[in-house]
Design a protein around this ligand. Structure first.
Ligand code: TLP
Length: 345
């Protein structure tokens, strides 16, 4: 059965153009630095984000983890937003792999307050760990794909530089942020020392993310990737899809944002479903369905009968994510199904 899959933009499969490029990819052993297609992707990514170098990694998680490993030393402290992916969904990796602790800050719908960041930086004191990294997330997943404005990123970056602390941006969906802000992605990337972005989400590549930064940073991160078993051989097959992702799929994300908006405006009118339209800025719609009396799990089971997939747990928070394979018609079908389910309650 062909489902309408709104669980995540990670479910996207390669486009026909990507499959063609993968089939024809020129490959070599990337551990020896001899895969020409990986080289091309990494050079393209560095250039697009205005950084010196880039590293293809197997996933966004691996990209974030090797970045934290490269920026920090065991026993230090990193500043994060309390619901960021790095501490919510990366299996405790920063403790296990980097040996760092976190100072998790509250935010306003995923956007940190620069003053809070500055106040969280540890002063020199024999009792205190050193603050060695500030991590941002743009767009912010759990806040609903919200975008941190450039001015805020700039302010945080300036604070970080005044304290000689690097900034890492979890930019899994940075191209969604750039689309929403109507800026070139390098306008965002310039306010971070390292950026991780995903090829495998809204950009539809089958696998992979990319970390960008200085030559020195990427050289160190490449070694940590190898340590984690991320040294890849003929990875040009992956990189070929990533090149199509960067050349083509970065340009159509507004469609996903429009579909998310259309979905949110429809959901808002369904009794028992609450959402904050202000947070619907990109391709994610976060809802609270407690007013329906259903848990997310119960709604997901009912929607599956209509051929629609969402992630739902035992609580009332339900996330809908649009992507290349979700059409406006799919959104209409989803709204129709949820209205029917709500009426039967
Ligand atoms: C902001 C951000 N940073 C990093 C990652 C990790 O990427 P992968 O390790 O899944 O490639 C994700 C994936 N997010 C996935 C999703 O949204 O379905 C799940 C939650 O891991 C992310 O949303």
């Amino acid at each position: 059965m062909q489902y309408i899959d709104l669980r995540s933009d990670t479910v996207t499969v390669p486009t026909d153009e990507m499959r063609e490029a993968m089939y024809k990819a020129e490959v070599g052993d990337d551990v020896y630095g001899e895969d020409p297609t990986v080289r091309k992707l990494e050079e393209m990514a560095a250039e697009m984000l205005g950084k010196e170098a880039a590293l293809l990694v197997t996933s966004g998680t691996q990209g974030n983890q090797v970045s934290v490993m490269t920026h920090t030393h065991p026993g230090e402290e990193i500043i994060v937003e309390e619901n960021c992916h790095i501490i919510t969904y990366e299996v405790g990796g920063i403790g296990y792999l980097s040996g760092v602790q976190t100072k998790a800050l509250k935010s306003n719908k995923g956007v940190l307050n620069p003053e809070d960041v500055e106040n969280a930086i540890r002063p020199k004191d024999i009792h205190y760990p050193v603050t060695s990294l500030i991590c941002l997330e743009n767009t912010h997943n759990r806040a609903g794909g919200t975008v941190t404005p450039i001015e805020i990123m700039k302010e945080i970056y300036e604070i970080a530089k005044n304290h000689n602390i690097p900034v890492h941006l979890d930019g899994a969906r940075i191209f969604n942020a750039a689309t929403y802000l109507k800026v070139d992605v390098r306008e965002i990337a310039k306010y971070a020392d390292s950026v991780m972005f995903c090829l495998s989400k809204g950009l539809c590549a089958p696998i992979g993310s990319v970390v960008v930064g200085t030559k020195d940073f990427i050289e160190k991160a490449r070694k940590y990737r190898k340590m984690l078993g991320g040294g890849m051989r003929q990875a040009g097959f992956i990189a070929a899809a990533g090149i199509v992702a960067l050349e083509k799929m970065t340009k159509r994300l507004q469609e996903d944002h429009d579909n998310a908006r259309f979905l949110a405006e429809g959901l808002k009118d369904i009794p028992g479903i609450n959402l904050d339209l202000e947070t619907v800025q990109t391709n994610i719609v976060m809802t609270d369905i407690s007013g329906t009396g259903m848990t997310g799990k119960e709604l997901s089971l009912k929607l599956k009968e209509y051929g629609i997939l969402i992630n739902g747990g035992n609580d009332f928070a339900v996330r809908f994510v649009t992507h290349y394979y979700i059409s406006k018609k799919d959104i209409e079908k989803t709204l129709d199904a949820i209205e029917k389910i709500a009426r039967q309650l």
